[in-house]
Ligand binder design. Structure first.
Ligand code: NAD
Ligand code: UDP
Length: 336
């Protein structure tokens, strides 16, 4: 299939393009590089030993996006482009709605005018909010606790409404849990700007000496060791879920939300110990106050992904920590 990938130079996009190429798909990547480097796509080409089209396009720019869509004429789109920092979303909510919601709307309009009816959307487990029960399944009430999560929920609803109104359309709303890890080559990985908000890039930067210690946000949660628990999903497993989703939407119509997680929760301290083992370096920690808005624990019911996509996570904590360390130690300053 011909697959247009928005946000293709980003962390998850770059790993997904590699898996799409390996599965024999033809790819075109669009990115405005607001949170990524074109270097990621150069490395993907090298790893895949294959070429693909690429354009500097903001998905909200109807005329440039329309031109790319008309020329490439994709069978399907994977929509990664968006902003993802929870704390920033509280400070600049309009920027988040503009990028995540308006960007999705513009993309669907461009798909309509080029007769492309299949989309895979990057959603997030944050759409569920405070757990009414665990594991979260896809029928869990949707009540995001922050602006970022609300932009993802609105975008999901826009896609679902478009899908219902468009004969023959199909959409997969993939609700990612916590994407972590890097490609086993150590050539591509997560390269956040500035101070990382997320646990694993922070831990990796401590291990490599860029930061003195990790602040652990709370050790008094009602969890096994008192620190927060999450369902960490290896980015290569996540990338393969997109290949499976492309297959699903090419054979079906309608809109499906699917959790992409492992079904297992690890604590902050599990991740720290895993990383110490993988890197043979100590990760000094300081226990500090809980971070505002953090939940104690959540993880996926991943059974729908197994049934609908025939996909399950195969990589565990060892591969997550080992690949993150391999990436960070080979690229201490990321793509810079
Ligand atoms: P990322 O920031 O590495 O990738 C997003 C890419 O989109 C970047 O390359 C960025 O430059 C590009 N982009 C942003 N706005 C754009 C626009 N208007 N037009 C064109 N390109 C634009 O983030 P990621 O971790 O790869 O996440 C990809 C998607 O998955 C995002 O939509 C994110 O919200 C979602 N998601 C991520 C996580 C996570 O923890 N990483 C979890 C759940 C969902
Ligand atoms: N966390 C932490 N220190 C950090 C970053 C994160 O203790 O510097 C904890 C956070 O409180 C949560 C877990 O690590 O329990 C995962 O946080 P992350 O920001 O990676 O993901 P999310 O909050 O989106 O689940």
């Amino acid at each position: 299939m011909k697959v247009l990938v928005t946000g293709g130079a980003g962390y998850i996009g770059s790993h997904t393009i590699l898996e799409l190429l390996r599965a024999g798909h033809e790819v075109f990547a669009c990115d405005n590089y607001c949170n990524s480097s074109p270097e990621a796509l150069r490395r993907v080409r090298r790893l895949a030993n294959a070429d693909f089209g690429e354009a500097d396009v903001d998905v909200r720019d109807a005329s440039r996006l329309g031109k790319v869509m008309t020329e490439f004429s994709p069978d399907a789109v994977i929509h990664f482009a968006g902003l993802k920092a929870v704390a920033a979303s509280e400070k600049v909510p309009l920027e988040y709605y503009d990028n995540n919601v308006l960007g999705t709307l513009r993309l669907l309009e461009a798909m309509d005018s080029t007769h492309c009816q299949r989309i895979v959307f990057s959603s997030s487990a944050t759409v569920y909010g405070e757990p009414k029960y665990l594991p979260y399944d896809e029928a869990h009430p949707l009540n995001p606790a922050n602006t970022y999560g609300r932009t993802k929920l609105v975008a999901e609803q826009v896609i679902a409404d478009w899908c219902a109104a468009t004969a023959g359309a199909s959409a997969a709303l993939l609700r990612y849990f916590n994407p972590v890890g890097a490609h086993s080559s150590g050539e591509i990985g997560e390269d956040p700007n500035g101070t990382p908000d997320n646990l694993m890039p922070f831990v990796a930067q401590v291990a490599v000496g860029r930061r003195p210690h990790l602040n652990v946000f709370g050790n008094d949660y009602d969890t096994r060791d008192g620190t927060g628990e999450r369902d960490y999903i290896h980015v290569v497993d996540l990338a393969r879920a997109h290949v499976a989703a492309i297959e699903l939407i090419s054979e079906s119509t309608g809109c499906e939300a699917v959790n992409i997680g492992t079904g297992t929760a690890f604590s902050v301290m599990d991740m720290v110990r895993g990383f110490e083992a993988a890197s043979s370096r100590p990760i000094p920690v300081q226990f500090v106050e809980r971070r505002d808005g953090d939940l104690a624990s959540y993880y996926a019911d991943a059974s729908k992904a197994r049934e609908l996509l025939g996909w399950r996570a195969e990589l565990g904590l060892k591969e997550i920590c080992g690949s993150t360390w391999n990436w960070q130690s080979r690229n201490p300053n990321g793509y810079a």
